[in-house]
Ligand binder design. Structure first.
Ligand SMILES: Cc1cc2nc3c(=O)[nH]c(=O)nc-3n(C[C@H](O)[C@H](O)[C@H](O)COP(=O)(O)OP(=O)(O)OC[C@H]3O[C@@H](n4cnc5c(N)ncnc54)[C@H](O)[C@@H]3O)c2cc1C
Ligand code: SF4
Length: 512
């Protein structure tokens, strides 16, 4: 039976079941660049360029491997602009007897593919995405009957399932499951970080850059310089560079933030991993090997593996477990419009300006910038959860709804009512001051609570807690918050809340 095998832009992996079982004599693989997907949020130009270039390289590789490939470029005059339109055109052109796809990373696209089963007169097989390490069924079985869905316990199950950092007697390597207490150090002054790999642009990439420049330069973000990996070989090279040069310090400085150092010791592999160029298990195994051969310490290795085997799989599990209802949640009723400084307008808050600058230039900022700077501000200021999510989805080259939504709505904004995070990741300016060198460069003072120079995060932190007192006062994981607030004199409490209102007013006026 001849099949049209549709590969989505974030499924660029030869290990997909669909490609493993291909019949090269009769089947056709289709990839298409469609305007609908490139614009449903205004994606960062680097993200679009990365995906189109990686798709074209992947298609080329399949073609050289003897596969019949139908590749539709964005500027193909016949391009209908939508997946459904392109599948319809392909059915007429190729006359397949069935369509084979892998489930999409977004609920919306999955629903669209289910519709194909109704629209087209041939069978449509939607296969599970075999690149992930926990199936939907496994996650559903793990979550069943649990009142709290804590990542740590899921992670331990995954370690056992894959035998990663597990000793022959079944105990965790080193005796502990988690070495976080050794991680998360503040940055050292004057610390320098090894240089990153900058991949040369191929002729395919150059053609894509011209296209993206012509069609998407009005989107937020700078397109060039562009040095992303766009093939699996390049992505693997970048990962090896990370293991050899950066992994040993990954754990130590995982939460640190340094001005003009967007990457520090992070791996920068999320875009490659999410698009399928790299696979999660191979990364965990390579990193475990680095520990076993003495190339990296256990705190760094365990910390890294927990991000992939734990957080990444858990986040995906939560998304599919609770969609589509999850996407409608707004537990703290946050509705304030997203201020323009998220899109690069001026702000005197150095931490925000620096994170947005990294984002605009690289389509990247690291986890703590996303969580404790832009995410923390959005949480404290009560910014609209839908607008904040659309921002995160648009501006990062690794962003797809399955991973962006639980991280933003759940982890950063507490908008899912504590399903992902057992307490809100809310922090005053003191946290940012401790973990970065941002405050030295800022107009505001992290030590001041009120007055012209007071760091806006400080009063907004207390205002947030008091606004949501009925929810958080009883939270066992925040025992000191309200006991501290209660000790403040009434005048101090009033001054703090007035300061918070003033900051919100300034934010609205564009002068914060
Ligand atoms: C508000 C917010 C939004 C986010 N949106 C995305 C997103 O759209 N796409 C995305 O891939 N990650 C997202 N993350 C998670 C995390 O910030 C990024 O995966 C990470 O910054 C990518 O950089 P890196 O590859 O250098 O990661 P490293 O710090 O080197 O970590 C290694 C890998 O672990 C995985 N990982 C780490 N933390 C998480 C997490 N919380 N959830 C899922 N995977 C994780 C990633 O694959 C990452 O590449 C978000 C986090 C927050 C707080
Ligand atoms: S003082 Fe406040 S606003 Fe300024 S960088 Fe520090 S935390 Fe950010």
């Amino acid at each position: 039976m001849s099949s049209l095998r549709v590969i989505l832009g974030d499924q660029l992996s030869q290990s997909l079941t669909s490609l493993q079982e291909i019949d090269k004599t009769h089947d056709t693989v289709m990839l298409c660049e469609v305007m609908e997907e490139a614009t449903y949020v205004p994606h960062h130009p680097k993200k679009i360029a990365f995906l189109f270039s990686a798709m074209r390289h992947f298609a080329d590789m399949l073609h050289h491997d003897g596969v019949c490939v139908r590749y539709i470029k964005l500027d193909d005059p016949q391009n209908t602009g939508s997946f459904t339109g392109e599948v319809m055109r392909a059915i007429h052109a190729v006359q397949p007897q069935r369509i084979v796809v892998h489930e999409a990373g977004e609920y919306r696209v999955n629903e669209m593919m289910k519709e194909w089963q109704r629209c087209f007169a041939i069978p449509v097989d939607i296969l599970p995405d075999n690149r992930f390490l926990a199936t939907h069924e496994e996650f559903a079985a793990w979550i069943k009957d649990k009142k709290q869905f804590r990542m740590e316990f899921f992670y331990r199950e995954m370690r056992k399932k894959y035998g990663i950092l597990i000793e022959p007697d079944g105990s965790p390597t080193g005796g502990e499951w988690n070495y976080d207490k050794e991680n998360r150090k503040p940055p050292k002054s004057g610390m320098t970080v090894p240089k990153r790999i900058r991949h040369a642009q191929s002729s395919i990439t150059r053609e894509v850059l011209t296209l993206v420049h012509a069609r998407f330069s009005h989107h937020f973000g700078t397109l060039e310089p562009f040095h992303y990996a766009v093939t699996r070989a390049q992505a693997l090279m970048e990962f090896e560079h990370f293991i050899q040069n950066l992994l040993p310090h990954f754990g130590d400085y995982q939460d640190a933030m340094v001005a003009r150092e967007p990457y520090l010791y992070h791996s920068l592999i999320s875009s490659y991993l999410n698009a399928g160029l790299l696979l999660p298990l191979e990364l965990c195994q390579k990193v475990e090997d680095a520990y076993r051969t003495g190339a990296a310490p256990l705190n760094a290795v365990e910390g890294f593996i927990r991000q992939i085997l734990g957080w990444r799989e858990y986040i995906r599990g939560m998304y599919w477990q609770f969609m589509p209802e999850y996407g409608t949640r707004n537990y703290l009723n946050a509705t304030r419009p997203l201020p323009d400084f998220y899109w690069g307008a001026q702000t005197h808050m150095f931490c925000i300006a620096e994170t947005v600058r990294h984002t605009r230039e690289h389509a990247y900022s690291h986890h703590i910038q996303r969580l404790m700077v832009t995410g923390n501000f959005a949480l404290l200021a009560g910014l609209d959860v839908t607008e904040v999510q659309a921002w995160y989805l648009a501006v990062y080259s690794d962003a797809y709804e399955w991973v962006e939504m639980p991280n933003t709505l759940g982890m950063a904004l507490y908008g899912d009512g504590g399903a992902v995070a057992s307490k809100p990741y809310a922090a005053s300016g003191k946290y940012i001051h401790r973990m970065s060198n941002y405050c030295e460069k800022c107009r505001y003072d992290p030590e001041q609570m009120t007055g012209e120079k007071a760091c806006p995060f400080n009063a907004l932190y207390w205002d947030f807690m008091v606004r949501h007192e009925s929810i958080f006062r009883g939270n066992q994981r925040m025992p000191y918050v309200f006991s501290t607030w209660d000790k403040f004199a009434p005048e101090k409490q009033r001054a703090i809340r007035a300061q918070a209102q003033m900051s919100l007013q300034k934010m609205q006026e564009g002068v914060l």
